[in-house]
Ligand binder design. Structure first.
Ligand code: TYM
Length: 409
């Protein structure tokens, strides 16, 4: 891929630092041995940290326990969440917007994270949701035909639906299928506000990049504005939007927030997660990615594949020998099985117990991995059962351009 890392995120490289500089953008996530420095990202990107008070506030307003991703700081950054909650408390609703770039047949566990979290948000806030499948983005960035991107989008839609979204409140669309009308009008309005220089600054486009790539960001920006969906929101162009995603998508929405006031629109709010790391990631130095099958656990994997991948590839913070491990204990900061349990083991007490036992050397790497294999095998099996229920008719029903009469009910 010729799109280089944007200037902002790699700037420190020029300071002659020895440590490899982190790169975080929609196409690349990498960092040195110390792992991704999320604090630094928050400062660089100019978003805000989610603190305990905000988590408590969400719990209070929704009268529901906060999702484990929220209470464990895995969704860790936001933009204008407090303002959105102020309005919500005064009776002003909002809608949710998230998406997926269909570049692979199956989702991996990292992709599930924003969708699981979005389902929680939809359930507790009782709000409508739009899900964008950017088949055009993958056509521009991957060596795939239009037909293949469209097919993958449909396959991915089944995995997304299997996360349990409420059909009464959810509209799923593909760009090739839906872009036009009011949506296209907003794309044009957005595009006219962003100079080529600005786009280069945000996304790092190079002169060799084809103009398809340069033309894409307004497509991902447009769903942030309710007037792109007249069948859902009529002429209400001030309804607030909340976007759950991992922090790699932030550049698109920095651009969107920048242009919103010039169009007389509301800026979308964001709630952003850390990355679910690759199996081999030492200290979370990269995200789980679909392009390397051995770095990822897919929702299509069998229990045997899950077991093999975790046992063979998951980076361990355990010591080299049992004797040494009993003496020194495991290093939680770099241990991938512990990080995965942090995302997917629901029971807080059990998680704390495992962390303590492992850190103090009483629990061995093999035992932690075994618990993880069980947790993930159950999760993936549950997902596969739900996906098997998703027929072509159900996909069509989610994608039908239709009003959602009880979307706030
Ligand atoms: P895509 O398909 O790369 O990723 C889909 C969603 O999954 C998140 N994600 C991850 N989260 C945690 N850990 C990981 N390892 C991991 N890998 C990916 C992404 O942040 C994303 O939320 N351009 C987008 C599609 C899109 C979109 C949106 C995403 C269109 N509109 C609005 C979020 C919000 C893409 O290619 O995502």
């Amino acid at each position: 891929m010729s799109t280089p890392a944007p200037e902002k995120e790699v700037a420190a490289k020029q300071d002659g630092q020895e440590e490899e500089e982190q790169v975080v953008n929609p196409w690349e996530v990498s960092a040195g041995k110390g792992g991704i420095d999320y604090d630094k990202l928050v400062d660089q990107f100019g978003c805000q940290r989610i603190d305990a008070a905000l988590v408590d506030r969400v719990a209070r307003i929704t009268a529901a326990p906060p999702h484990r991703f929220l209470r464990r700081g895995l969704f860790f950054a936001h933009r204008d969440m407090s303002e959105l909650l102020d309005l919500y408390e005064r009776g002003e609703k909002f809608y949710l917007y998230t998406g997926r770039g269909p570049s692979s047949e199956a989702l991996h566990l990292g992709h599930l994270i924003p969708f699981m979290f979005t389902k929680y948000l939809q359930d507790v806030f009782k709000v409508p949701l739009v899900i964008q499948l950017t088949d055009d983005e993958k056509f521009f960035w991957k060596n795939l035909s239009v037909e293949e991107c469209k097919r993958l989008a449909r396959e991915n839609a089944k995995d997304i639906i299997a996360c349990g979204f409420d059909i009464q409140r959810t509209f799923i669309f593909t760009d090739f299928g839906f872009v036009g009308g009011k949506f296209f009008e907003n794309m044009a309005r957005i595009a006219r506000c962003v100079t080529y220089n600005k786009a280069v600054g945000i996304f790092g486009f190079s002169p060799e990049d084809h103009i398809g790539k340069v033309s894409f960001p307004p497509v991902q920006a447009a769903p942030s504005f309710p007037s792109s969906f007249p069948h859902l929101f009529g002429d209400n162009d001030q309804l607030r939007c909340l976007i759950p995603c991992a922090i790699d998508q932030d550049p698109y929405f920095r651009m969107t927030r920048d242009v919103a006031p010039r169009l007389g629109y509301q800026k979308p709010s964001l709630i952003e997660s850390r990355f679910f790391p690759a199996l081999q990631a030492c200290g979370e130095n990269t995200k789980m990615s679909a392009s390397d099958p051995n770095s990822a656990i897919y929702v299509t994997d069998s229990p045997k594949e899950i077991k093999n991948k975790i046992n063979r590839y998951a980076f361990s913070g355990g010591q080299d020998s049992v004797e040494l491990h009993r003496k020194l204990g495991g290093n939680l900061d770099v241990d991938v099985p512990i990080k995965y349990l942090n995302f997917f083991l629901e029971d807080d007490d059990e998680l704390e117990r495992i962390k303590t036992e492992y850190k103090e050397g009483r629990m061995l790497t093999g035992e932690v991995k075994q618990r993880l294999v069980t947790v993930l095998s159950e999760l993936v099996a549950r997902h596969q059962r739900a996906r098997a229920q998703v027929t072509e008719e159900i996909v069509d029903a989610f994608m039908a351009v239709r009003p959602l009469p009880n979307m706030f009910g």
